[in-house]
Design a protein around this ligand. Sequence first.
Ligand code: SF4
Ligand code: SF4
Length: 320
Amino acid sequence: MANLLWLQGGACSGNTMSFLNAEEPSACDLVTDFGINVLWHPSLGVELGDNLQRLLNDCVSGNTPLDIFVFEGSVVNAPNGTGEWNRFAGKPMKQWVKALSGVATFVVAIGDCATWGGIPATAPNPSESQGLQFLKRNHGGFLGKEFRSKAGLPVINIPGCPAHPDWITQIVVAVATGRGGEIGLDELQRPKTFFQSFTQTGCTRNMHFAYKVSATEFGQRKGCLYYDLGCRGPMTHSPCNRILWNRQSSKTRSGMPCLGCTEPEFPFFDLAPGTVFKTQTVMGIPKDLPTGVDKKGYIALTGAAKNAAPAWAEQDMFIV
Ligand code: SF4
Ligand code: SF4
């Protein structure tokens, strides 16, 4: 049996909603099939007031072993580093986060706010928000660069806005069944199994990308959303087209550009207002090129692709 405790800082509850929607395995499977004992969760926990404080203090003191500490939402430090804007169970939430991370075997950050600071940490960041071990792409965050949980691992980051439900439950199961040490993490501490490939992997529009055929409006079933509509699929690490949402679709499959929500820069606030769904170009070349492709290579590739594009690449592939 593994004890799991889930707390929520500066958050909209989106990752909790996502978690409760998990299918493979579901949140209930965690309890019935994988022996996970949910000590407390903001939407599921029954303890309140003194009882909740006792439960949390028992974890901090070691009376109740804490195997997995899950945190959703940003760590709020405002005002002036006190954390008083986000009080929970009698004190600033950040104090609970520090104490519980110090005793937990594994610490898991769920969603962009807990991993990178997310939308709350967007400049000018009035809530002084941080992620657990990152602030945007800067390593450190609230717990500091050197932090390791009792298992010897840094915070396991599962980003997304929200994170896909099955990314959450599958990692929790891996940790609870003693395979936590085997989770390979990338340089941003994301499990490689989910975040090594790009959103583009498995996208049904790949052939349109290859032949440089562009979609010109949302929901269109032909064309690639990269050339005009700002799709970040070729630069974003996520399995959204491999592990489908609701087991049947993804943003790009339904004609919506990927916004790059699993990368620390999300929501890409450096873009000028009104340009989020518009590909930024310099002399006709996209400012953000697919990862690993340089300008020269891009020009050569797209020139050849345009010349080679067959007539069918311009057609709607999904006739109902
Ligand atoms: S750029 Fe976007 S729409 Fe085009 S193939 Fe890649 S993920 Fe799909
Ligand atoms: S498709 Fe892109 S924006 Fe949508 S959830 Fe996946 S990574 Fe995030």
